[in-house]
Design a protein around this ligand. Structure first.
Ligand code: KG4
Ligand code: ZN
Length: 352
């Protein structure tokens, strides 16, 4: 029997197995990560190697450096994840891996490693969309969360508002027309002379600032649930430069707080409008930007007021990790969505 025929049979048997352990690998950008997840919900291990110090010198992710660093770290991360979970390769039922979207060289490292393991161990190989992974981080934090719910995914590369109708079934309501929210945070942070990635540092500064100190325009986007951050980012950069040219000063805390408030306002108003229009009772946040303290506070307040239940991943699951990939992989496996060994990296893979 061929590899894929063996794995189809194994995948079918796993549908009724009591405990399904998935080894997951994530390498789409600048984190090399491996995790072992049970039944899509329980984290047995979650190992993340951050490459940030390697890229900070250049002010952003350098794709070639990222690929090489992934090659260096991926085996080690897999070993650590198994050891931490207290399992051997024999006790792993399937291998999940991020196949897109992301940097092609970075993705290829994880995909190649996962394919090698899947072939050598004769275990099903499950391709996972990175954005779906971010959404599934909520399943690891909230045992009671099940679809349907509305989700705002805001990360360094993506900003989407979508309905999670069922496991693996998504309906796009709106998305950014230009920059992603995280990208805007990082660019704004750069003009405040914060090192890459500036989002979390800007968040910290903003906590001590006045969010009304600097007037910024409300972002306009075509669809009712679409987003746009490029105009806001440019307005902010211009305002900071103008202050500089005039020799005027405004505390960086106030600048950070004003920018953060503008981004949070846009994300909150579009998401809450989408939730109201779709008669949704549950709202979830996902992606690196969901770690933002202002965003978490604003959504907590708004959802309470609207009598909606709010779900947010715990902080360590907001950014890139492999645990979320292991959760998404489980639900794909249950539906029989496994890949053959010709699986490739898909840098522009879409979720919907
Ligand atoms: O999801 P993620 O780890 O990677 C992508 O899939 O893109 O998101 C990373 C992004 C970066 O732009 C980072 O600055 C931003 O999320 N981020 C934050 C915060 N923590 C991470 N932005 C604002 N406030 C934060 N606390
Ligand atoms: Zn991500």
């Amino acid at each position: 029997m061929s590899y894929i025929d063996v794995c189809r049979e194994k995948a079918a048997q796993l549908k009724t197995k009591e405990k399904v352990n998935i080894l997951a690998i994530e390498s789409s950008c600048d984190e090399t990560a491996a995790a072992v997840i049970q039944n899509g919900r329980v984290i047995l291990s979650n190992e993340v190697f951050s490459q940030i110090p390697l890229h900070a010198l250049y002010g952003g992710v350098v794709p070639e450096i990222a690929s090489r660093a992934h090659v260096d770290a991926v085996d080690r991360m897999v070993d650590h994840a198994l050891k931490e979970a207290g399992l051997t390769f024999d006790e792993i039922d399937a291998i999940g891996v991020t196949c897109g979207p992301g940097l092609v060289g970075a993705l290829l490292t994880g995909v190649s490693c996962a394919k090698g393991l899947a072939y050598a161990l004769e275990k099903p190989l499950i391709p996972v969309n990175h954005i779906e992974g971010h959404i599934c981080a909520n399943y690891l934090t909230h045992a009671e969360l099940t679809p349907p719910f509305l989700c705002l995914v805001a990360s360094g590369g993506h900003s989407h508002i979508l309905m999670v109708e069922d496991y693996g079934v998504y309906r796009l309501l709106g998305c950014t027309q230009d920059d992603a929210a995280g990208e805007a945070f990082d660019k704004a942070a750069r003009v405040l002379h914060l090192p890459y990635p500036g989002g979390p540092l800007l968040d910290k500064l903003a906590q001590k600032g006045n969010p009304h100190a600097l007037k910024l325009p409300m972002a306009h986007a075509p669809g009712p649930y679409d987003l746009s951050f490029s105009g806001l980012k440019t307005a902010f950069i211009n305002a900071v430069h103008k202050l500089d040219q005039r020799g005027e000063t405004m505390p960086p805390e106030d600048l950070a707080a004003s920018f953060q408030q503008a981004v949070v306002d846009a994300l909150l108003s579009k998401t809450m409008q989408a939730a109201l229009d779709n008669h949704v009772k549950c709202v979830a946040l996902a992606g690196g930007v969901s770690a933002n303290s202002g965003l978490r506070a604003a959504f907590t307040q708004a959802c309470q007021k609207a009598h909606m239940k709010l779900y947010m991943p715990e902080l360590k699951l907001c950014g890139d990790n492999a645990a979320m990939i292991g959760s998404a992989a489980y639900y794909r496996l249950i539906r029989g969505e496994i890949a053959d060994l010709d699986l490739n990296a898909k840098p522009a893979l879409r979720l919907v």
